[in-house]
Design a protein around this ligand. Sequence first.
Ligand code: NDP
Length: 254
Amino acid sequence: MMLENKIGVIFGVANKRSIAWACAQACAAQGAKLAFTYQADRLKENVEDLAATLDGSMVVQCDVSDQATVDAAFDAIGKKYGKIDFIVHSIAFAPKEALEGEYVATSREAFRTALEISAFSLSQIALAAMPLMTDGGSIVTMSYYGAEKVVMNYNVMGVAKAALEASTRYLAADLGARNIRVNAVSAGPINTLSARGVKNMGSLLSYVGERSPLKRNVTAAEVGSTTMFLVSDLSSGITGETIYVDCGYNIMGI
Ligand code: NDP
């Protein structure tokens, strides 16, 4: 029970395939109590049904493009639990038309939206969580290899993930003195709702599965267990890092 008496907030459960849900299950199995956020009413029931399977959890609305909902969510979480020990930030968004074709054609609006929802939200959430992280804490976000190498159709989301990884380092430097650690997990491709928004995701999964050292794609459960490690005291000396959980794909050259 590595997370006994720990309170976590999980951002980004859309359904049972979500990486955030795998993270939640791994953390709950180690004794954590969890608050879940959902973006809008359309997902409320899904998230409530999943959260109901875990003792002591709560569910609150939080759309990171609306600061008032972020503030209200942390207020409600603070009232129920009195503190936060860790956060799993597992949200990203870019308009569908920006996730196909040429990156050069990305509109100002798509760029702004992708960077705001997928990258700025990490520092926004860290700032809102700080007053409740009174015993230190750990923040984990989800990135992807498209942050550093060109991945066809990933386009502006790759740029957003590069910003997210840089933001992870700057936040780690800012928050370290408060004993709050900030790390990113760079997950290999997984067939989720968001992933299906990237054109030709099926071919990407086969390509990576064939070429990674482990000759398969990573599972959400594997991302979940690494995230559990990163929010636990087992990783107390690690901050500002991007940790690959991708069956080794990133190490391959030709
Ligand atoms: P999901 O679609 O299951 O999760 C994405 C979540 O982001 C959804 O819950 C979504 O809510 C939420 N979200 C989007 N916009 C907002 C917003 N404005 N405010 C609050 N929440 C919002 O997909 P994944 O589990 O795949 O994605 C989780 C994270 O993992 C993302 O950061 C993704 O980029 C990253 N990742 C995914 C990989 C993959 O191959 N699947 C690989 C590497 C990283 P809603 O549905 O309501 O929009």
